[in-house]
Design a protein around this ligand. Sequence first.
Ligand SMILES: C[S@@+](CC[C@H](N)C(=O)[O-])C[C@H]1O[C@@H](n2cnc3c(N)ncnc32)[C@H](O)[C@@H]1O
Length: 311
Amino acid sequence: MPNRSHFNAGHRGMNYLNKNGKKHSSYVDFKVPKKTYHGFFIQDSIKFLKNLPDSSIQLILIDPPYNLDLAVWDTFTNYIGWAKQWLEEVERVLTDNGSFVIFGGYQYQNGKKGDLLEIMHHLRHNSNLLFVNLIIWYYKTGMGAQRFFSNRHEEILWYAKSKKYYFNLDDVRIPFDEKTKKVYRKDKRLNPKSIEKGKNPTNVWEIGRLQGSSTERVGHPTQKPLEVIRRLVRGLSYPGSTVLDFFAGSGTTGRVCIEEDRHSILVDNDKKSLDYFNKHLNNMKLEKFNKNYELLVNPTLKDFLDKLKKL
Ligand SMILES: C[S@@+](CC[C@H](N)C(=O)[O-])C[C@H]1O[C@@H](n2cnc3c(N)ncnc32)[C@H](O)[C@@H]1O
């Protein structure tokens, strides 16, 4: 069967715009802010979300409890009943070009307990969010198994509020090595600009999990690697926009936002999160990462949002 990918209207539309130097309707002409603001709220996320204004967040990036009994916060008798309460708020608080990213898994589940599959099913039937990608985060190390194939991936779901979702592919492309570039430059079918920019990272990401000895580690039991979070923050939000993580854990999302010039709102109901986050900030200092930012711990939401409005 012939390859029909070139008949795809979206693909053809993008090629037309690129060829004619035109911008997609989702294009945002942003300015890199001189300073960014980061609010850390020790609170229950459902309560917190109810107070957030409509259309105020560019990217919601969450790594919620998985219902796998990994910690005291990770066991539910009615997981989807609980999750529905925060899922309801997600669509409302996103900007029209905003995105929602959720980490999770289902590969260990066998008792029909709540998991990411139920969340997917719920969103399909109860929201207008558009499903953009299922990203497979693949890693080479993990537990062995005797009665099934050893698990080596986790899932990341990406939803958008509307078709106008913001996506900056160029900021997350993976550069080709010089040898590959040399070969590709000889291929007349390939666009020379694309060769220089690098390749689309695809929806399978090979990024190592954090090992116990990793210098990134700050002590949170389910801390995510900076590289995974950075690709999402860079691709789906822009400098000066606001990113919300309402299951912040150690605040990995906040650290990436500081480094990438986004504002962030971090929420976790465990006050130990602040200690972890301070370790992240300290690691940034050790790496001589100099950015002008202000961290506000447990401010009133109004005060925090007023700071952003004044910019
Ligand atoms: C999977 S961890 C997030 C880890 C994070 N991605 C990181 O890199 O450190 C989930 C977090 O959700 C928090 N949490 C669980 N239930 C919550 C609730 N109802 N409100 C706010 N935070 C909650 C837990 O305290 C935990 O830190």
